[in-house]
Design a protein around this ligand. Structure first.
Ligand code: FAD
Length: 619
């Protein structure tokens, strides 16, 4: 630690947002102090021990492409890897890693401890130093004062956190951790719009009390996938299967019978929960026609005696939790090691943020993660990276940077948050992106690593690996285009072609039913690339070239609007033709670009056209 208590960037919180923020800020050249309640819980997964999944896996690959940590940590902690949607189109395929909770935490801690320019300190932050209308540092519970050009707040579910199990409730940041009450009170005094959200987690079950013989086994994929562009399967710990079971009519009867003791259904919880990650209470009430719901039994770790039952998040009283779990096949003798619970917490309206995640009202304060109304480790980590790099850029008086919607899911995420805000915990889905085919997991490096290099986030080793991969991809594409199978070879292989004409390997690969392996196995096709990920990418780029070109053209057209900056002091009353309602909406939202203005709820395409005319007239 530096003696004078001055840093370029102070990060509050050692969760998924805070750790990526600290690492990104340091890589971008800042001296960083990360303050967190407990150094032993740095990188802790508060809920399910898994990274990735549809939409989320895309974010993880993007974080990796920008030199971030999450994919590297998942490769070191992943005990089961699967590619979800493997039979669907390439845009929606996504990697998911079941992780060993302890190994994941250790990988994160080690990365922070070995990163240059990052200092760690176990301290609760209780106050922000505000001077001249800007945030200039923090004060901890011990009264230590740290000054910084930028503070990144990533306090997760801890601000004003209340834990509910049945009708009992108590303050808590998550099970086993105290909430951050003093900081929450202080933040409520500042010009930030605050709301309440809630999330929940299932009970945990003793592994030894489960009858695995009666359950369906779910193995991981073979060959075992990797998450990081730099990852190797040899880095993975031993791989283990998960198991699947189902709720029963009896489970649903128990849930219905306990609803009068549910904090959700008796109005004790005011915060809005994640619609897409519902509790078992919500599932039973909202889908009464469903006879059963799937439950994945996921190991908490290689050496852990606990199992995470994914799909039965609940805040019913403990006796009802025991009964409902025991009504599930294979779990009749289950012993619950930890109760499930719901947690309510403060979040800040993300429409008060710039797209680089700095507060519009308190310069120098960056917010990332669950405090912005999102849910999920991946969403938190992605925001942490954006906030961290921009906090470092602020400290160095550089222009902010943020990814565009057509460039990254991270761009979709920050744009959705700052233009639309949230009405429930926000999670990423591929359906949120307009350009899904461009924003694939496999090409996250092509989309983002050059930007990461320019921002100082990508080190020499990653850059060299990226350049080698990019060149290999281009070489193989050129080879497929240039390699022409002559008519005789085509006839010998029984391939239809116009009489007397040869066909390139590329043309063959575009044909329905043909894949890279089949094309390159033809006599005369030459040597195929050995790396299956590269082969897959070549195949996607060739097969979908037409669609990709069309998306690129459309994105280019929109980009011209997207990047047109709106002056922060723009007088919307002076824009001719706008309705008073739209003027008010825009004056309140103060979008940074014309693209953002177009996506602000209540702003019509006609209003955007009028704005464009106004901007052109201003020159
Ligand atoms: P966190 O991971 O919560 O980290 C916050 C960090 O800040 C902690 O290290 C904390 O100690 C520290 N901190 C807080 N206040 C202070 C302070 N004043 N001073 C110093 N340090 C401080 N996500 C899903 O995707 N699916 C789920 O089903 C799901 N269920 C969840 C269930 C529960 C019960 C909880 C608690 C979370 C759940 N989540 C779920 C959310 C997921 O855990 C979070 O989205 C993710 O961890 C957010 O990361 P974060 O970095 O924003 O915050």
């Amino acid at each position: 630690m530096r003696g004078d208590g001055r840093y370029d960037v102070v990060v509050v919180g050692g969760g998924h947002a805070g750790t990526e923020a600290a690492l990104a800020a340091a890589r971008a050249g800042a001296e960083v102090l990360l303050l967190t309640h407990n150094l032993d819980t740095v990188g802790q997964m508060s809920c399910n021990p898994a990274i990735g999944g549809i939409g989320k896996g895309h974010l993880v690959r993007e974080i990796d492409a920008l030199g971030g940590l999450m994919a590297r940590a998942a490769d070191r902690a992943g005990i089961q890897f699967r590619i979800l949607n493997a039979r669907k189109g390439p845009a929606v395929q996504a990697t998911r890693a079941q992780c060993d909770r302890t190994l994941y935490r250790l990988a994160v801690r080690r990365a922070l401890e070995t990163a240059p320019r990052v200092a760690l300190l176990q301290q609760a932050v209780e106050d922000l130093v505000v001077a001249g209308g800007a945030v200039r540092g923090v004060v901890t519970a011990l009264g230590l004062r740290f000054e910084a050009a930028a503070v990144v707040l990533t306090a997760g579910t801890f601000l004003g956190g209340r834990i509910h199990v049945g009708l009992a409730q108590r303050p808590g940041g998550r099970a086993g951790d105290p909430p951050a009450e003093a900081l929450a009170r202080r933040l409520r005094e500042l010009p930030l719009r605050v709301g309440r959200l809630k999330t929940g987690t299932p009970p945990r079950i003793a592994r030894a009390s489960i009858d695995f013989d009666r359950l369906e086994v779910q193995p991981g994929d073979e060959p075992v996938p990797v998450f990081s562009f730099l990852g190797r399967p040899e880095e993975h710990p031993p791989q283990v299967p998960c198991h699947i079971t189902w709720t029963t009519a009896e489970t649903h009867r128990i849930v219905r019978g306990a609803l009068h003791r549910s904090p959700l259904y008796t109005g004790r919880i005011e915060g809005v929960g994640p619609r897409y990650c519902p509790s078992i209470e919500d599932k039973v009430v909202r889908f009464p026609q469903r006879e059963r719901h799937q439950v994945f039994l996921e190991p908490e770790g290689l050496d852990s005696g606990e199992i995470y039952p994914n799909g039965i998040s609940t805040s019913l009283p403990f006796d009802a939790q025991v009964a409902l779990v025991r009504s599930i096949p294979g779990l009749e003798r289950a012993h619950l090691t930890r109760p499930g619970y719901a947690i309510e917490y403060d979040y800040f309206d993300p429409r008060d943020l710039h797209p680089w995640l700095e507060s519009r009202h308190l310069p120098g304060l960056f917010l990332a993660g669950q405090v912005n109304g999102t849910t999920g480790y991946e969403e938190a980590a992605a925001q942490g990276l954006v906030a961290g790099v921009n906090a470092a850029r602020r400290a160095r008086e550089l222009e902010p940077w943020w990814p565009r919607r057509d460039e990254a899911y991270m761009g979709v995420l920050v744009d959705d948050l700052v233009t639309r805000g949230v009405t429930e915990p926000y999670r990423m889905f591929t359906s949120r992106a307009e350009y899904r085919l461009r924003l694939r997991e496999d090409n996250a490096d092509l989309r983002l690593t050059p930007a990461g290099r320019a921002l100082g986030l990508v080190d020499d080793a990653r850059w060299a690996a990226f350049e080698a991969r990019r060149e290999a991809l281009e070489r193989e594409r050129a080879r497929l285009r240039a390699t022409i199978l002559p008519p005789a070879a085509l006839a010998a292989a029984g391939i239809e072609a116009p009489p007397g004409q040869g066909l390139s390997l590329e043309a063959l690969l575009r044909r329905p039913g043909w894949d890279y392996r089949r094309v390159t196995a033809l006599p005369g096709a030459g040597p195929a690339v050995a790396d299956p990920a590269l082969a897959r990418q070549v195949e996607i780029e060739v097969k979908y070239e037409g669609y990709l070109r069309r998306q690129e053209a459309e994105a280019e057209r929109l980009r011209r609007h997207e990047t047109l900056r709106l002056p922060p002091d723009l007088d919307y009353a002076a824009v001719a033709g706008l309705s008073n309602e739209v003027r008010e909406v825009l004056a309140r939202a103060r979008p940074a670009t014309l693209g953002q203005a177009a996506r602000t709820p209540g702003v019509t395409p006609a209003a955007v056209a009028l704005l464009l005319v106004h901007l052109r007239a201003r020159g």
